[in-house]
Design a protein around this ligand. Structure first.
Ligand code: ADP
Ligand code: MG
Length: 535
């Protein structure tokens, strides 16, 4: 009696499963493709990408994380790389392309090792060892930066802005970034603290990038609610109120029956009296400017104007918080509680017209813990990219100040690391040695790409660069404009240490994770009859 073998189904119908080598290759392929896509944007001579979303909205950028977010990547392994750039963005704000390009290269190099039948877990272990060593090496050759070394800080900002659309105003933007960070950063028990929420970046198309300015205070995208309010208030006392200057409360549904006209008048008078009382309350504290998070009734607007108070309504909650920090005032949610102590102070509050729109500038604050940067640009797209460049610069400057450590860019650090890792590999035996060597090789993708994107011969450049490092020039990097090897630190290409440690760690971890996957199980697509009917 022969027993028929019955196939055993352990997965629901419609699931897809890829196992072993093909799972690995498939994941590596996807990750490599993604890294390849952003690679051409790396460095000062990198190209830009034009991204068009499903609504036809256009973004032109060379910012790694922006590209990857907009690409709406679908492959699970490629998505892990997007995650790497997102973390880099959150942790530092810059180096997003670098992280993804290194991750892609680590996976590419691992393919060779897989071909030599080296087990993925051995490769992963080697990569982990190399990462630990890389951190040690980085700590060794990083330079200290003094907190008041603004010249170097400006160079760090300029390195971040290199190659972004905003290049024409590189120095101007970088100087603004340095001043902003130094302004709002705080030193607590010797620890440097910086919250990027305290630097508000407003962009307005019109003018040029070089017209961008730092406002030691806050810019609010609002206008005075009444035409006869003052447009300039000097030595302003600022009231911040999170309560409506209105009587009708839409949340309470009351019914009022009025039987004769005099009652109607009495009712209106009563309402007017209450609004007048609210305005008097504000006036009594000595306030000359009012920012209201809620609405301001027409009648209240009129009374405020009569009192010579400059008022704005429906100010965003985040703006109210920034205003409080900049003016040292307090947001009061019950008007009854408002007193003179709650008021903030600003040397000047003005309404200015920028690119056809009114904006309120709260400036000359004594010790603002929150500042604004007004970014300009010939078109919306240029202003957008300038804003992204500025964000990168701020992130780098803050990261440099936080650790007080910087490294040389332009490929110098990666080549020096690769050198150190190869020496380290010599001390290892067996297969880990190959993995550490592959890791070293992977880091060279950065200078190679910088050269390629600058239209230089990558082999020549790399050979020369390595020779310079072998001869002891630890800071030798690529001058992408002249096509030569120079001391890039002296040339002002300086980056925070954190950008490199974070990029290398994240790239290495994601490569290890992808290498360990030998089975991809994808659940089946929802079949149509399971789907809710289309509306
Ligand atoms: P990321 O998203 O990784 O920050 P970028 O496009 O900003 O990518 O490029 C960063 C790389 O460009 C770094 O390796 C940095 O050292 C290098 N770089 C920046 N400015 C220069 C320069 N003037 N010369 C050579 N390399 C530069
Ligand atoms: Mg950058």
């Amino acid at each position: 009696m022969s027993k028929e073998m019955q196939p055993i189904f352990i997965l629901p119908e419609g699931s897809q499963r890829v196992t072993g080598r093909s799972a690995q290759r498939n994941n590596i392929l996807a990750a490599k493709a993604l890294a390849e896509a952003v690679r051409t944007t790396l460095g000062p001579k990198g190209m830009d990408k034009m991204l068009v979303d499903s609504m036809g909205e256009i973004t032109i950028t060379n910012d790694g994380v922006t590209i990857l977010e907009e690409m709406q990547v679908n492959h699970p392994a490629a998505k892990m790389l997007v995650e790497v750039s997102r973390t880099q963005e959150e942790e530092i704000g810059d180096g997003t392309t670098t992280a993804v390009v290194i991750a892609g290269e680590l996976l590419k190099q691992s393919e060779n090792l897989l071909d030599q039948d080296i087990h993925p877990t051995v490769i992963a272990r080697g990569y982990r060892m190399a990462t630990v060593k890389a951190h040690e090496l980085l700590a060794e050759f990083a330079d200290d930066i003094a907190r008041d070394d603004t010249d170097t800080l400006i160079k760090i900002g300029m390195t971040a802005i290199n190659g972004k659309g905003a290049e024409s105003a590189q120095e101007k933007l970088s100087t603004i970034a340095v001043r902003a960070v130094l302004r709002v950063a705080e030193q607590k028990d010797g620890v440097f603290e910086f919250d990027d929420d305290h630097v508000k970046i407003e962009k307005k198309a019109g003018g040029g990038v070089e017209d961008s300015e730092l406002i030691e205070g806050i810019i609010i995208e609002k206008e005075a609610v009444h035409p006869s309010m003052p447009r300039i208030v000097k030595n302003a006392k600022v009231a911040l109120v999170d309560a409506a200057f209105e009587i009708r409360n839409t949340e309470i549904d009351a019914k009022i029956s009025i039987t004769d006209p005099s009652q109607m008048q009495a009712f209106i008078d009563q309402e007017e009296k209450m609004l007048r009382a609210m305005v008097s309350k504000v006036k009594a504290t000595g306030a000359s400017v009012l920012f209201c998070q809620k609405g301001i009734d027409d009648i209240a607007q009129h009374f405020l104007a009569k009192e010579g108070i400059l008022a704005c309504r429906r100010v965003k909650k985040s703006d109210m918080e920034s205003l409080a920090l900049a003016t040292s005032g307090r947001v009061v949610s019950n008007l009854e509680d408002l007193s003179a102590e709650d008021l903030g102070a600003a040397g000047q509050v003005t309404e200015r017209r920028i690119a056809g729109e009114e904006m309120i500038f709260v400036t000359e604050c004594t010790n603002p813990k929150s500042v604004s940067i007004l970014v300009r640009g010939g078109t919306d797209h240029i202003a957008d990219e300038a804003k992204r460049a500025l964000t990168d610069a701020i992130g780098d400057i803050a990261a440099a100040l936080k650790l007080g450590k910087v490294v040389t860019g332009a490929g110098a650090t990666e080549i020096e690391l690769a050198r150190g890792l190869r020496v380290y590999a010599e001390t290892l035996s067996g297969r880990e040695q190959l993995a550490v060597q592959a890791f070293a090789q992977s880091l060279e993708i950065i200078p190679r790409t910088l050269a390629e994107n600058a239209g230089l011969d990558p082999i020549d450049v790399l050979t020369e660069l390595k020779a310079a490092h072998d001869a002891g020039s630890k800071k030798a990097g690529i001058d992408v404009h002249a096509g030569k090897i120079v001391n890039s630190f002296d040339a002002g290409v300086i980056e925070p240490l954190r950008i490199k440690t974070q990029a290398i760690t994240a790239a290495s971890e994601v490569a290890q994770m992808i290498l360990r996957i030998d089975d991809v199980i994808a659940s089946g697509q929802e079949t149509e009859h399971n789907m809710p009917p289309e509306s």
